[in-house]
Design a protein around this ligand. Structure first.
Ligand SMILES: Nc1ncnc2c1ncn2[C@@H]1O[C@H](COP(=O)(O)OP(=O)(O)OP(=O)(O)O)[C@@H](O)[C@H]1O
Ligand SMILES: O=P(O)(O)OC[C@H]1O[C@H](OP(=O)(O)OP(=O)(O)O)[C@H](O)[C@@H]1O
Ligand SMILES: [Mg+2]
Length: 283
């Protein structure tokens, strides 16, 4: 049975469970359940702190897990586990910040104290910088308050909307240290049985969320131009119509481009343009 780690709380938890449900897996209904066996799919889910998931997978105790890329790199278990796919949610940046107007670039950090909950990530970044005498101050959370309370001069933290920083009178400076999203990690070495099936299912969810199905009729002489507008993932499906001067075309397109593509196709002469959502798919 494949053993999969899922975030039990925090920013990634609900989206991770929603994605697994969409991929056809049974998820826990009660927050107190720590393990959930999905007999039919031969998978066992363990609900764990997202920060600990890299440790379980990295040590080989669990086969795969969902966590944040920033948390994975922070755990420094890169020899034990590897990222196998991005999951398209939980996006954030990991950035330096300080009191508004105090720092202009990372170079201004020489001799300063930086508070963070991600010491592994910050220390690794510092190793590549030429910044003498920087002290890393570990805090468990709410690091935005560290400067006001005098335990640090700057912070390095997760920034999504930036609202938390703003409310604390802080602003970011320098380039982001990293860009993160939820990822799937797998233990190194021999690929656990069943892992390809799980990742194919999740890939299917990602595609079903991003794409829609577009159908339209077009005169044969415009088919080539229309196919160039909607090339599909592999190539569009072309079906004959009763009127042999016309064909029906079916193609997957990016949902966010739907209206733009319909405009272009209409102007080319396409008619009866229909868009339907994709409930599930395997690509
Ligand atoms: N707005 C956000 N706030 C916090 N984390 C976010 C946000 N958006 C995405 N994330 C991601 O969620 C993960 C952090 O999750 P979580 O907040 O559960 O961890 P934590 O801060 O270590 O735990 P806790 O807050 O329970 O102490 C990281 O991968 C982070 O990049
Ligand atoms: O840019 P924003 O959208 O405001 O989000 C980022 C904030 O959210 C996280 O805190 P969290 O809620 O996890 O609390 P914590 O600091 O105690 O971990 C993170 O540490 C930032 O404080
Ligand atoms: Mg947090």
């Amino acid at each position: 049975m494949l053993r999969v780690a899922v975030p039990n709380k925090g920013a990634l938890s609900e989206a991770a469970m929603a994605m697994l449900s969409e991929a056809g897996y049974v998820q826990r209904r009660d927050k107190r359940e720590l393990v959930m066996i999905d007999e039919e799919n031969d998978v066992e889910f363990f609900y764990l702190r997202p920060r600990d998931i890299a440790v379980y997978v990295g040590s080989g105790t669990l086969d795969v897990g969902m966590t944040g890329r920033d948390l994975f790199q922070d755990a420094r278990v890169d020899h034990g586990a590897e990222e196998i796919m991005g999951l398209g949610f939980g996006g954030s940046t990991f950035r330096l910040a300080g009191p508004a107007g105090r720092f202009r670039s990372a170079e201004d950090l020489a001799g300063k104290r930086i508070a963070t909950s991600y010491d592994g990530l910050l220390s690794r970044w510092l190793e590549d910088q030429d910044l003498p005498d920087v002290e890393v101050v570990h805090l468990d959370g709410a690091v935005e308050t560290a400067v006001r309370l005098g335990v640090a001069d700057a912070i390095a933290d997760v920034v999504e909307t930036g609202n938390t920083l703003k409310a604390a009178g802080m602003e970011t400076f320098g380039e982001p240290i990293m860009r993160s999203e939820a990822i799937m990690i797998s233990r190194h070495g021999e690929r656990p049985a069943g892992i390809d099936r799980v990742s194919r299912r999740l890939q299917g969810v990602l595609v079903a969320r991003q794409y829609v199905m577009m159908d339209y009729d077009i005169r044969r002489e415009h088919l080539e131009a229309a196919s160039a507008i909607t090339p599909g993932l592999e190539s569009p499906t072309i079906s004959p119509l009763a009127d042999e001067n016309w064909v029906a075309v079916r193609s997957m397109v990016l949902a966010k481009r739907t209206n733009q593509l319909m405009d272009e196709l209409y102007e080319l002469g396409a008619r009866a343009i229909l868009v339907t959502s994709i409930h599930a798919c395997r690509v």
